[in-house]
Design a protein around this ligand. Structure first.
Ligand code: HEM
Length: 150
């Protein structure tokens, strides 16, 4: 029995979902980057990394939850196209690594105000890899060839 995905019935649902996905990305990665920039001593010196972390962690978690739910809905619009896409698979691997790192080593170091440049750079690189995976999945065909630009 073939079930029609309601997301594919309206032309507006995918772009609206992608907007929600980007808003979630701003809340989650935007707040993580604020703490990482503080660890790198790039501004916000009036607060310690742990204070910044405590002030932003709820927004970070809310943003990540919005990303996962909106992402799953985007994915459901054409699962075969996405899970066979190398960029999507790489994005999911980096996403799992980034979330684990964020809530283990990163959180422990930041709350103890012992966060180092290595911790900040690892965090930024992992999340950047998720973003690149998200952007490139629209440009890469199954089997790694680049999609022909319109
Ligand atoms: C915090 C985690 C995530 C981040 C930072 C992220 C980031 C992104 C970015 C930057 C885009 C490109 C948007 C554009 O080109 O307009 C994107 C698109 C997308 N993401 Fe995510 N994403 C995350 C989680 C997820 C999850 C968990 C899934 C699915 C299980 C997912 C599925 C998708 C899909 C299907 C697209 C649409 C690609 C297309 O245009 O066809 N994302 N994501």
């Amino acid at each position: 029995m073939f079930i029609q995905n309601p997301l594919n019935e309206s032309e507006l649902s995918f772009p609206i979902l992608e907007c929600i996905h980007i808003i979630g990305f701003a809340f989650s990665l935007g707040t993580i980057a604020i703490v990482d920039f503080r660890l790198l001593d790039w501004g916000m010196r009036h607060q310690t990394p742990s204070q910044l972390y405590r002030d932003t962690s709820t927004w970070t978690l809310a943003g990540i939850i919005v990303m996962i739910f909106s992402g799953l809905l985007l994915f459901s619009s054409d699962p075969d196209m996405y899970y066979l896409n190398v960029a999507f698979d790489a994005k999911m691997v980096f996403l799992v690594l980034a979330i684990i790192f964020n809530y283990t080593l990163h959180r422990k170091a930041v709350l103890a105000d012992q966060g180092s440049r290595a911790i900040a750079c690892t965090s930024l690189v992992l999340w950047a890899a998720v973003i690149f995976g998200g952007i490139f999945l629209a440009f890469i065909n199954q089997g790694l060839s680049l999609k022909a630009l319109p």
